[in-house]
Design a protein around this ligand. Structure first.
Ligand code: A4P
Ligand code: MG
Length: 177
């Protein structure tokens, strides 16, 4: 029996270089990955950095995908896409061009040194919860006033496979042409 397709959620973050370009590159790379369908893409948030050394603000987003890939394969895919982003723009040490975290893979639970799913810091981070609430509103109650340090932007990530994506120009678009 083939492995079943289920919904997974990946977090994207960038605070170096062409931040929006790196997030779009991640969406494009996911679209192009065999066995992966992009189902929804959140709005783009500008967020104050949490933890780590002093660094610039992030752009964060969440992508919902449908895939039959096991969680570890999704992590490997995430790392491959991160590596490609870093190859495009080799920056000095410090903040990263692209971070992709595996937040949720259906109802699966993984607890190994290489991978923990659900992501262990998922529920405490506004920069993850705000975009996750866009694509999975049933999972995330939005607090009054939103999350501190998290601001929605006007930027839009294109995902041609997503119904209603204005950039796709297909049926279901909510925007006039
Ligand atoms: N790993 C284990 N579980 C997972 C998972 N569910 N998803 C392991 C992804 N990776 C997972 O991650 C380090 C190792 O975690 C991986 O090799 C993998 O085997 P990494 O992405 O290489 O390094 P990192 O991201 O610097 O470390 P870490 O601990 O994952 O940090 P976080 O939690 O990702 O936080 N502030 C704002 N505003 N926006 C951000 O996006 N991101 C971070 C990074 C900190 N502050 C931020 C943001
Ligand atoms: Mg990470």
């Amino acid at each position: 029996m083939p492995a079943s397709v289920r919904r997974a959620h990946l977090a994207l973050g960038s605070n170096l270089g062409d931040r929006l370009g790196f997030l779009q590159g991640a969406v494009d790379a996911l679209e192009a990955s065999p066995g992966v369908t992009v189902a929804a893409v959140s709005r783009v948030y500008e967020t104050a950095p949490v933890g780590g050394p002093e660094q610039g603000p992030y752009l964060n987003a969440v992508v919902a995908i449908d895939s039959d890939l096991p969680p570890l394969d999704l992590l490997r895919l995430a790392h491959r896409i991160e590596d490609e982003a870093e190859r495009v723009r080799t920056e000095r040490w410090g903040a990263r061009t692209l971070d992709i975290d595996v937040l949720l893979v259906g109802a699966e639970q993984v607890d190994t040194p290489a991978l923990t799913v659900p992501h262990p810091r998922l529920w405490e981070r506004g920069f993850v919860l705000a975009p996750l609430a866009d694509v999975a509103p049933d999972l995330v109650p939005v607090p009054d006033g939103g999350w501190p340090g998290v601001e929605v932007t006007d930027a839009v990530l294109r995902a041609p496979s997503v119904p209603g994506d204005p950039s796709a120009g297909g049926a279901g678009s909510e925007e006039p042409a």
